[in-house]
Design a protein around this ligand. Structure first.
Ligand code: ADP
Ligand code: MG
Ligand code: MG
Length: 892
């Protein structure tokens, strides 16, 4: 026969912590705590399987349930020496819901169940405290009436308020037994008129009513919505816990409280929480009276810490605290009640905590020997490190949300709204904090983004230009906030009827995507010793190397500060946008006379050489991968009249001619157009110049520092072996020339991006000409799915919301499709050359789930934006531990 009911407490514990699926989190932990000897009032858990059976059978309980409940209840009666419904010494119980994962939307707990006009008198007599008995009764009716019978809570409050006003009672504790008796009558009237049925007086009816309400709440709209949002299957069901009552409302030697074994916001190893004397259940959080602190060290003047008010119960609680931490090996969130100086534990679970607390607790517990260093590495969610590296919103600050977009680059920033990169730079130069607001950004906005505190766009996804560049720079970014209408001409943005003009302040939370009106205060990040300790532990464990995507000196320095082991991607096109270069770049593209073009290219050479040299200097011998120019051509073309005039003058042409040339160069689909090695092949002088600048820079810095430098030259957008073969040959010829001129030698590598499906499929042939591969997973995702990341904002969110895709494939690698191509590329590439160096430099290089995948397929390194480097180091360590575990368990 199926066992539907599991007992706990008083020596019979049929459940365990690892039975959470069957008993729910609360029930499983009540049994576990009782079995390690902690003071848990006895009770029983009705399993989640009953819930499932209930819904499968048209809301009917399994036949055997009633008998099993009766038997378990009888056992509780025996342990407590009380009888349910007894007029002399009644057993009272609480009925508590509890799913596998804690879930708002589920039924609230009902306390003091079993009271009626008869048993309340028995309770008054047996406790010797009539006031307590009637206080418990009114609480029960109120909870049952609102939770089970659906009478809105505030009606009960209104009745109580009116009564208090009429009788001049300031506080609930001032109300006498007889007065509560009157209120009870009023409450019952209220229920009859409101619910259309009377409050049930038979304790068994009460019990089954409450059990039914818990199971019923599993399918209420609030719970359904929550489950959908959090991908919790409806089939999981909830459990119901029925537990004998203990009373925190029996007088001044009684209390109820909620606490954490360590401070959940800082992680400090100090008992943290709140309690209330002479109170019950949720009084602590209900705000009826002001709760008091637990520990004396945390008490301010005038407060009454539990440590001094209830010293006996407090020291017992300290003992429980250490038993629980030793047992669960994690910080616990505990609910307790003190009845006449005796402590009872009513709940424990792993406590929620901030990123900073998670870090500190993991390190401390490892040092205390409670967990291993490996556990500590696993404990800290890699993505949460982001929060530690950026300013965040002060959680206590008030805020008014304007709208929401995508959380494109973390951190929080406030500033005056501006709508152009120029304005942004001008104001920032005067020391103003500014937020750059654009419909979308392009490379020409980069200098403005750099000057801004944060960037807000109304179009584009997680890998839009704004998102990628902002992450790289460590700027806050909210992208694709489609609810905003930007009017450049008027200098305003609006959301519905609300308008914000240039110069007015807004605040961005790049971690959530929220946009707030005005200035919300932020708190600065701190890189603690704990952070460095954890990074050290992670580095000792991980197999994957971690490099950064960086091309500016500032980014390169940030990358090193965060522990990058080299640069995996320096995008040279970003170097072309500097105000001192863009003119030559435009001349180079637009010139038709060969000598004019050559002159423009030659003018760029010293700039490039200095760019590369400064990267080599900062990276001090660490590998640096430089990608040859991969322009979306259109981004370089002049648009504004002034720009056109400037180019025209430089080339000795008319504005009309320049415009015509631009029109001729325009592409319908630039992302699939004349870019990457295609440009390198048709205009070989550009790559030749870049290669020359790179080799000259390497030779120069090698001489300066006396340390060997081995540049890695990366050729973009290769689809065929021939493309790479020809481009490589050209680069080698140029290198030979430079080295001959310099009269020296240099080791270098030439490799390619694998960012087109054809390249992954042909990886064995391409590898014949490559010293390394770097998977460009942004473009590879784009080309594999055949979707443009700049235009995906209009349908990709729908896909994710409706389960057509599990996640945004630009954020987390699509293992089955794009990932399969990566795997194929790895296998075929290594077939040809077993020592082929393999990396990845798309945005996925900073995503923990994707990093786990890259570890699995055997890449050598990931490369990500500088601010993601710590995240990647930790994620790589977690991936390595997971791999070890898999290997160990498959060997066993
Ligand atoms: P939640 O899931 O919302 O935390 P609980 O089932 O834990 O709800 O109940 C809320 C509070 O009710 C508990 O923290 C505790 O103070 C009180 N409570 C629950 N069961 C009992 C009981 N058997 N005796 C005394 N108080 C109880
Ligand atoms: Mg609780
Ligand atoms: Mg690319």
């Amino acid at each position: 026969m199926t066992k539907w009911v599991y007992s706990f407490g008083d020596g019979l514990n049929e459940g365990r912590a690892d039975m959470r699926n069957l008993l729910g989190g609360k029930g499983a932990n009540l049994a576990e705590m009782a079995s390690i000897g902690l003071p848990v009032p006895p009770g029983f858990t009705i399993t989640t399987e009953v819930c499932s059976a209930f819904y499968e059978n048209g809301r009917k309980y399994p036949d055997a349930l009633e008998a099993q409940v009766a038997e378990a209840l009888h056992r509780v009666e025996q342990s407590m020496g009380l009888r349910f419904g007894d007029a002399e010494a009644p057993l009272l119980v609480s009925v508590r819901s509890g799913a596998r994962v804690s879930m708002p939307g589920m039924m609230d707990t009902v306390l003091n169940l079993g009271l009626n006009d008869e048993t309340v008198e028995g309770l008054a007599r047996s406790s010797g405290d009539a006031r307590f008995a009637w206080d418990s009764y009114r609480r029960f009716i109120q909870m049952y009436g609102s939770v089970v019978m659906g009478v809105p809570h505030h009606h009960f409050e209104d009745v109580l308020e009116q009564f208090k006003r009429a009788h001049g009672a300031e506080d609930d504790t001032a109300i006498t037994a007889d007065q509560w008796r009157t209120i009870v009558t009023d409450y019952r009237h209220l229920i009859s008129t409101h619910a259309g049925t009377d409050f049930p007086t038979d304790p068994h009816d009460q019990l089954w009513g409450a059990i039914g309400a818990v199971f019923g709440s599993w399918m209420n709209p609030r719970a359904n919505t929550y489950r959908k949002l959090h991908e919790i299957p409806a089939s999981w069901g909830t459990a119901v816990n029925v537990q004998s009552m203990v009373f925190g409302n029996m007088g001044d030697d009684c209390a109820t409280g909620v606490c954490f074994t360590r401070d959940p916001s800082t992680g400090e190893n100090v008992f943290y929480g709140e309690y209330l004397i002479n109170a019950q259940g949720e009084d602590v959080v209900a705000g009826i009276r002001t709760p008091q602190p637990m520990a004396s060290v945390r008490a301010e003047a005038g407060q009454q810490p539990m440590e001094t008010v209830l010293p006996e119960a407090y020291s017992e609680l300290m003992r429980v605290r250490s038993v629980l931490e030793t047992h669960y090996k994690d910080m616990q969130d505990i609910e307790f009640t003190v009845q006449r100086n005796v402590l009872y534990i009513l709940q424990t679970r792993n406590g929620k905590r901030t990123a900073a607390a998670a870090l500190k607790i993991a390190i401390d517990m490892a040092r205390e020997g409670l967990i291993t260093q490996e556990d500590a590495i696993r404990r800290v969610p890699a993505s949460s490190l982001d929060q530690l590296l950026h300013p965040t919103l002060d959680p206590r600050a008030e805020r008014v949300q304007l709208t929401r977009g995508l959380p494109a680059s973390p951190g929080a920033a406030a500033g005056a709204v501006v709508f152009s990169a120029e304005e942004c730079e001008a104001r920032a130069a005067k020391g103003e904090d500014v937020i750059l607001v654009r419909i979308e950004t392009s490379p020409e906005d980069v200098h403005g983004m750099h000057a801004a505190r944060g960037v807000l766009t109304t179009r584009g996804g997680m890998t839009s230009h704004a998102a990628v560049v902002a992450r790289g720079m460590g700027r806050v970014c909210v992208a694709g906030a489609g609810g905003i209408h930007v009017d450049y001409a008027a200098g305003t943005l609006s959301v519905g009827a609300h308008t914000v003009a240039q110069g007015e302040w807004i605040t961005l939370d790049g971690g959530t995507g929220a946009v707030y009106l005005g200035r919300v205060p932020t708190i600065p990040p701190t890189l603690s010793d704990d952070f460095n300790t954890l990074m050290g532990w992670a580095d000792a464990v991980r197999r994957l190397g971690v490099r950064a995507n960086a091309e500016t000196p500032e980014d390169a320095r940030t990358a090193r500060r965060f522990g990058a082991e080299g640069i995996g991607l320096a995008r040279t096109e970003h170097m072309f946008f500097g105000p001192d270069r863009i003119g030559f770049v435009r001349q180079m593209i637009i010139a038709d006379a060969e000598d004019v073009r050559q002159k423009a290219i030659a003018a760029l050479l010293p700039f490039q050489r200095e760019d590369f040299a400064s990267l080599f200097r900062i990276m001090a011998g660490l590998p640096v991968t430089v990608r040859l120019l991969d322009p979306p051509l259109h981004e370089f073309l002049p648009h504004a009249e002034a720009e056109i005039a400037e180019v025209a003058q430089g080339l000795g042409k008319t504005a009309e001619e320049v415009r015509a040339r631009c029109a001729a160069l325009a592409e319908t689909n630039p992302m699939l157009g004349h870019r990457g090695c295609r440009l390198g092949l048709t205009s070989p002088e550009i790559y030749a110049m870049q290669v020359r600048a790179l080799i000259q820079a390497a030779v120069m810095v090698e001489k300066e520092t006396g340390k060997p430098i081995r540049p890695e030259i990366m050729i973009p957008l290769v689809a065929t072996q021939a493309e790479l073969a020809v481009t490589r040959r050209a680069a080698e010829d140029e290198i030979a020339k430079v080295l001959k001129e310099e009269g020296t030698n240099l080791n270098y590598d030439i490799g390619t991006m694998i960012e087109l499906p054809r390249a992954a499929i042909q990886a064995d042939r391409i590898a014949e000409y490559a010293d390394f591969f770097s998977f460009g997973t942004n473009d590879l995702t784009q080309t594999t799915f055949g979707l443009s990341r700049d235009d995906a904002g209009s349908f990709l969110p729908y896909y994710v919301d409706h389960g057509l895709l599990p996640r945004d494939p630009f954020v987390s690698i699509d293992r089955d499709g794009v990932g399969a191509l990566v795997r194929l590329g790895v296998e075929r590439g290594r077939q040809t050359s077993p020592d082929l160096k393999l990396g990845i430099c798309g945005e996925h290089g900073g995503d923990p789930d994707s990093i786990a995948f890259f570890d699995e397929v055997g890449l050598d390194y990931v490369s990500c934006s500088p601010f993601r480097v710590p995240v990647a180091r930790l994620a790589a360590a977690q991936a390595a531990l997971a791999t070890r575990q898999r290997v160990a368990s498959s060997a066993a």
